[in-house]
Design a protein around this ligand. Structure first.
Ligand code: ADP
Ligand code: MG
Ligand code: ZN
Length: 481
């Protein structure tokens, strides 16, 4: 995006809920959607005299994320209290990390119009989530407020980017890339709508060529990638108009209102000293040993970008296909399983992109798709060895999808085997030609168009089962006469 005279500067803060079974400092369950306050205990309710104990799995997930985002892992870690008052925070402070976060100085790669770019990761730290307030609204007036502490103490990673992003679209690419990494690692489900992957976007403008940053505004309340892009686009225009009129941007937090399509002021932004951070005396410092890091490194899966590049190299796929196939680890696995049994990578990819994905809202749902990768592969083999035509394959696929049956048994049951017997085909073709003598004459007089019509008639006569290549050859031969 070109903003006349001004360059947008964007930095993103992501809060990712970790997929642990228990909370970060107690053994309460993290299961979503349970009755309010049914998953609480004195620790996560912040009762006096209780002691938090850190969940080892949280630290593991943080280390894996740090490794996958090229960060330096800080061996010496400390939790800190971030003090503020709000009814969803029973202790009056959030346990977070401040001066000694678990990871610093990393990057992830994204694709932009001007090629591959590295977006810096400033820091990653572990913290606990707060509870959830529910406001009962009657006739426009808030009557009662309720608080649900089930979410209190659910582990989060906060992942802060450098202000390296310059367009709303790049911000969207960064979020997609980061979410894919977390999903591949299995540390976060990445569901923005349900709030398990949340993004605050900081944005400022500076005159082109200026090195110092302008005053930033923090945007909240975007719960999809599209909202983030829209909110940033709106905010960049709003700030540019202010600056062009000689006004200044106020440092504040603004909320994105998706229905109104605008950002609205929420509150002035706190400075970190307002939080009176100090080391949490209830939690011992955490020293992370190299052996633990190396053990976790060896468990890292192949990450989305590496996998995409391998798909291009190993299977000769176009970038477009590879990008889509690696959006989820499960989908990429499905593709590779199918290719292992039929070795037709581009055909498998075409079927996945054009037929399979139409039926999935989330590509991770491929694991419960009725057409298994083995069945898809078998069907593709049947096309490849000439048993069925591509057209019949679409019908077979539909039946596989609704019944989960094997393609070979569908073919057998409905007698869908392609007709590749040349004497049979010659007979049918001759009948069609005999029935349309004037068209034959037209063709011989140079009207090539009738060829397609004749092929259509032959296909109709064979219920789509004629081998199209053979029909083509025999028909040409006969017409040539
Ligand atoms: P705060 O303490 O206000 O949260 P941070 O320094 O922690 O600010 O930065 C928060 C996010 O804002 C980071 O992603 C950072 O890259 C980004 N950021 C910092 N300064 C600017 C700026 N002037 N314009 C845009 N983004 C910025
Ligand atoms: Mg911050
Ligand atoms: Zn608890």
């Amino acid at each position: 995006m070109m903003v006349m005279g001004y360059e947008p500067v964007i930095g993103l803060e992501v809060h990712a809920q970790l997929l642990t079974e228990s909370k970060i400092f107690c053994s309460c369950s993290t299961q979503f959607g349970q009755p309010p306050n049914s998953q609480t205990c004195p620790v996560c309710l912040g009762m006096p005299g209780v002691l938090p104990v850190v969940n080892k799995r949280v630290v593991e997930y943080a280390i894996k994320t740090a490794l996958a985002t090229n960060c330096t892992i800080q061996r010496f870690n400390q939790f800190a209290r971030k003090n503020y008052f709000y009814p969803d925070l029973p202790k009056g402070y959030q346990i977070s990390q401040f001066e000694l976060p678990i990871a610093t100085g990393g990057f992830i790669e994204i694709d932009t119009e001007s090629g591959t770019r590295k977006i810096g990761i400033t820091r990653i730290h572990m913290e606990e989530d707060a509870g959830k307030l529910l406001h009962e609204i009657n006739g426009g007036a808030a009557e009662n407020s309720f608080v649900d502490y089930n979410r209190t103490g659910i582990p989060l990673l906060e992942i802060v980017s450098e202000p390296d992003i310059h367009t709303p679209e790049e911000a969207g690419e960064y979020l997609k890339a980061l979410r894919a990494i977390l999903q591949y690692l299995g540390v976060c489900d990445g569901n923005m709508e349900q709030g398990s992957f949340r993004c605050d976007a900081n944005v400022s403008l500076r005159p082109s060529g200026e090195r110092r940053f302008g005053t930033k505004v923090e945007l909240k309340n975007m719960n999809s990638f599209r909202h983030v892009v829209r909110a940033l686009t709106y905010e960049i225009t709003r700030q540019r108009e202010l600056l062009e009129y000689g006004d200044s941007v106020i440092q504040e937090t603004r909320l994105w209102d998706e229905n109104a399509g605008q950002t609205l002021p929420m509150r002035g932004k706190e400075e970190s000293h307002d939080y009176r951070y100090f080391p949490d005396p209830d939690l011992v410092p955490l020293y992370i040993e190299d052996a633990w890091i190396e053990a976790l490194r060896s468990q890292l899966p192949e990450l989305p970008r590496q996998r995409r590049n391998r798909f291009i190299d190993q299977y000769g796929l176009p970038l477009y296909d590879a990008d889509i196939l690696v959006t989820s680890r499960q989908l990429a696995d499905y593709f590779e399983t199918a290719v292992r049994s039929c070795n037709q990578p581009k055909t498998v990819s075409n079927w996945i992109l054009s037929e399979v994905l139409r039926f999935l809202t989330d590509p991770r749902d491929i694991v419960s798709f009725p057409v298994t990768p083995e069945h898809l592969a078998q069907m593709i083999c049947l096309i490849h060895n000439g048993t069925i035509s591509g057209k019949i394959a679409k019908k077979i696929f539909e039946e596989m999808r609704t019944t989960g049956a094997l393609p070979s048994s569908i073919v057998e049951r409905h007698g869908l085997v392609q007709v590749s017997d040349s004497s049979k085909l010659e007979k049918v073709i001759q009948e069609i030609l005999d029935a349309h003598p004037s068209l034959v004459a037209d063709f011989r007089a140079g009207k090539e168009k009738v060829f397609g019509f004749l092929v259509g008639q032959i296909m109709k006569a064979t219920k789509g089962k004629a081998n199209p290549r053979m029909v083509n050859d025999i028909l040409r031969e006969k017409l040539a006469g």
